[in-house]
Design a protein around this ligand. Structure first.
Ligand SMILES: [Zn+2]
Length: 411
């Protein structure tokens, strides 16, 4: 098959030396030290090449609403209440416009795959879901967007919510999520979410154990149900900040259980840092689950953005490289191997969490390629390497202008 494009002399994360990558149509057709072809060329000058950053957990529907919310405490309860109030004024056009702004920012930050959590309940109805379906269709040229519908304000305590979730699943939601900590009957919610997942054959992604009291965990029930329903490999949990409040021995036990059961973990450093430990007047804990330790025990993990400019996280630029750097900083990681793990948590490991079998720079895979201004993954995390340009299925999807330094002219 003739090549349409050859990317010259890029550096793959796992290989010594530089390679050329040949693209035919939407796929990678050849990877070799020197490809001979009559095709368009792009020089990569030894820069690091990835299949793109992978965002496993972000709320596009409630991004960019900070100015509408009057928050002073910075607690989880306040954030949920403020967004619940703001949500009543959401329209599909408003959700679409804000979601689009966030999604475009993520694309420019080198993200090529994304799972977004979409709130569905009797107040907002399916407005968010409909807006996200449009975004998924409109931006398929740049990013694969998965829609995970979930009830942020409870399920058992919220009559009508389950019917709407089922309706969204009937209309093509990609997976289903849960949020047991806001439910009056958390175990019953977990059971209902598994029942819907079974009915529609969907993977599950829970918001879970979002506090620092390790004396009890909803994770136990999720493990039990995952095992009972034989849903291993199809369940992810986000936050699990309780795991930051236990010692290494208990963490090792839970890690083995998660790895054996097939439950993946997404850690959300920015949100978890911002919301946890608010009851401490000083010496506040970090409240971020140790993704690198879980990874070392065989748990599939990712680092993700969660929220952008809303009461849950009043910051954000959709940069997953920044999130990996933030995590490395707060987890006190420095060596090349640990920084490499952080890179994997926003690329290969994140793709594994999403069960994305065709992710990676490999022959016959989609030509999803992002070039970072770096020589290796550890340096990319340590130095916050900017993504410079990328392709989605063989088509150029973004370019970031390189910074220029204007030295004074020497006479
Ligand atoms: Zn979330």
């Amino acid at each position: 098959m003739p090549l349409d494009l050859v990317l010259r002399q890029g550096r793959l994360a796992d290989e010594e030396g530089l390679v050329d990558i040949g693209i035919a149509g939407e796929r990678i057709a050849e990877i070799a030290p020197a490809i001979v072809a009559d095709a368009l060329e792009e020089k990569l000058d030894g820069r690091l090449v990835t299949a793109g950053l992978v965002e496993t957990h972000i709320h596009l529907d409630k991004s960019h609403i900070l100015e509408r919310c009057d928050c002073g405490k910075g607690t989880l309860a306040e954030a949920i209440a403020a967004v619940a109030t703001a949500k009543r004024a959401f329209t599909a056009a408003d959700i679409h416009a804000r979601g689009r702004r966030t999604l475009e920012q993520a694309i420019i930050q080198g993200t090529t795959r994304m799972r977004t959590h979409v709130e569905v309940d009797p107040r907002v109805g399916l407005k968010g879901f409909e807006a996200m379906r449009r975004l998924k269709r409109d931006y398929a040229w740049a990013i694969d967007l998965e829609l995970c519908v979930f009830p942020q304000e409870g399920l058992i305590n919220d009559p009508g919510a389950e019917e709407l979730l089922v309706e969204a699943c009937e209309q093509g939601a990609d997976l289903i999520g849960g949020c047991p900590y806001t439910d009056t009957d958390p175990d019953a919610q977990i059971a209902r979410i598994f029942a819907i997942a079974r009915r529609f054959d969907l993977d599950i992604d829970f918001h879970l154990d979002f506090d620092l009291d390790p004396s009890w965990m909803h994770l136990d029930e999720v493990c039990r149900q995952t095992d009972a329903q034989r849903w291993g490999g199809r369940v992810a949990v986000g936050h699990v900040t309780k795991l930051s409040a236990i010692d290494h021995s208990r963490l090792a036990t839970i890690s083995r259980l998660l790895a054996d059961t097939g439950i993946a973990v997404t850690v959300l450093p920015s949100t978890d840092l911002f919301l946890m430990g608010r009851d401490q007047a000083h010496h506040a804990p970090r409240g971020v689950a140790p993704a690198h330790r879980l990874t070392a025990q065989g748990v599939t993990c990712s680092l993700a953005t969660n929220n952008v400019l809303n009461p849950f996280t009043p910051f954000g630029d959709c940069s997953l490289i920044r999130m990996a750097n933030l995590y490395a900083n707060i987890a006190q990681l420095a060596g090349a191997a640990d920084l490499r793990t952080c890179f994997d948590l926003v690329t290969t490991s994140a793709a594994r969490l999403m069960n994305a079998a065709d992710y990676g720079i490999a022959v016959r895979h989609p030509a999803d390629i992002v070039v970072l201004d770096s020589r290796d993954p550890a340096s990319a995390v340590a130095e916050l390497a900017p993504p410079l340009f990328g392709w989605k299925r063989g088509r150029r999807s973004f370019t970031r202008a390189a910074a220029v330094l204007h030295h004074p002219t020497v006479a």
